[in-house]
Design a protein around this ligand. Structure first.
Ligand SMILES: *Cc1c(COP(=O)(O)O)cnc(C)c1O
Length: 417
């Protein structure tokens, strides 16, 4: 299903004209397709079936309405902070479907997870194992966990989102594998449920997954041989999405078949932690052109959205497709230029050296594929209030986050007494 189709020359979100949303809610505005969101979730649930729990990676987009719709559909949550855990629980995700990942969980966060009764902690170091054991002992609990191993595979993605090589900060260091196993064998406040991994984000080939599954398998077999009654393998984040022409999204049925091939006979429950591929292509950032500008050799289109609203281009040199809300003819004939925001940073751009719609002041543009790591990374830099977010379902639409008010910007500040 095309969540953002042109209808009689006007770009829509499902059956709603984006122009109508801009009028109703203002710009910049994040717009999400509920149908696409739930379709993306169901594609995972159908491909992996009852042997898997799909734990949506909350960091991709933590909006409570999005979490709530996914929870109702049966999703669990992958959280990386106490804040995300509280959000997921509040939105209706059952604690026994919450997994807590992350390289730096604090004692307070571990305590909160134990008190809530989450399904598992994904532990990344011996030091974390010791801290978790101490806290579980103090609370008279047994902490369920998986060890996150670092499969040391090369994931062909942007360096800032590759996590599965041995020289980045993620996963249990190889040198800690044996000490961790010994510690788990000796400690009665910890229950090892299995292993986990996460090799990186925005992967468009299945090969790195296959390599990582093989590494996981060898370690799982070793744990069974040592005598652990394991029941879980956490396969990490999801597949990449199509940001630009020529990219092809990998097939989830093929990914599930790979998991089956490498891990199927071990009779474990599978956890998946997709974020980007659940909400990424279900969301856009709608923005209005402020002006056109010609500087030196270059053309600039200045819009009311900026790097504080969508950081991915600045942070990762990420590509987002730009579409005019009112169709503007053949893109091959568009002039080259930069799409930039009003923030006072040279790095503030949304598209660079690309054919851009020949738009003028007042025209609306859609920045595609902005549902994941868009609103969730937004800041108020330059004292720009956080952007409003709207959801569409067929012809229905509504706000799922109101635009921040100016007074919200300084509400938590205090005068120097
Ligand atoms: C970021 C992250 C994910 C989600 O990755 P996507 O590419 O968005 O699917 C899953 N698990 C962990 C541990 C992560 O850090």
């Amino acid at each position: 299903m095309d969540a953002f189709p042109y209808n009689q020359g006007e770009l829509c979100a499902e059956a709603v004209k984006l122009g109508d949303l801009a009028t109703a809610y203002g710009t910049p505005l994040y717009v999400y397709s509920r149908t696409r969101l739930l379709g993306n979730y169901r594609a995972y649930a159908d491909a992996f079936g009852a042997r898997a729990t799909i734990c949506y990676a909350v960091k991709a987009n933590p909006n409570g309405a999005i979490l709530g719709e996914l929870a109702k559909a049966g999703a669990g949550a992958d959280v990386v902070s106490g804040g995300e855990m509280a959000r997921a629980h509040r939105a209706g995700v059952a604690p026994d479907k919450i997994v807590f990942a992350g390289v730096g969980k604090t004692a307070d966060e571990l305590r909160a997870g134990l008190a809530l009764g989450i399904r598992q902690f994904n532990v990344e170091s011996l030091a974390e194992l010791r801290l978790l054991a101490d806290i579980a002992a103090q609370m008279g609990r047994i902490a369920p966990l998986v060890l996150r191993i670092n499969p040391d595979v090369h994931a062909p993605t942007h360096a800032k989102i590759a996590t599965g090589k041995k020289d980045n900060k993620f996963g249990l260091p190889k040198s800690e594998w044996r000490p961790a196993i010994q510690f788990l064998l000796d400690n009665r406040h910890l229950r090892l449920r299995g292993l986990g991994m996460h090799i990186g984000s925005q992967l468009l080939t299945l090969d790195p997954f296959a390599q990582a599954y093989a590494v996981l398998r060898a370690h799982l077999v070793e744990l069974r041989a040592v005598g652990f009654a394991i029941d879980t393998v956490d396969l990490g984040g999801g597949i990449g999405i199509v940001y630009q022409a020529g990219q092809v999204q990998p097939d989830l049925m093929a990914l599930a078949a790979l998991a089956q091939q490498h891990l199927g006979d071990l009779d474990l429950h599978w956890i998946l932690e997709p974020g980007r591929s659940i909400i990424g292509d279900a969301g856009i950032l709608l923005t209005r052109v402020i002006s056109r500008k010609h500087n030196g050799e270059k053309d600039f289109l200045v819009v009311d959205a900026a790097m504080n609203d969508l950081l991915r281009p600045t942070l990762y040199q990420a590509y987002h497709h730009i579409l005019p809300v009112k169709a503007m003819g053949d893109a091959a004939a568009w002039p080259l230029g930069d799409l930039v925001g009003p923030v006072c940073e040279t790095g503030d751009y949304l598209a660079q050296d690309r054919p851009l719609p020949p738009a003028h002041s007042g025209d609306l543009l859609a920045i595609m594929g902005a549902g994941a790591y868009g609103a969730s990374m937004a800041s108020t830099y330059n004292s720009r209030p956080l952007v409003a977010e709207a959801m569409v379902d067929g012809a229905r639409h509504g706000l799922i986050r109101r635009r921040q008010q100016l007074a919200d910007l300084w509400a938590d500040e205090m005068a120097w007494a």
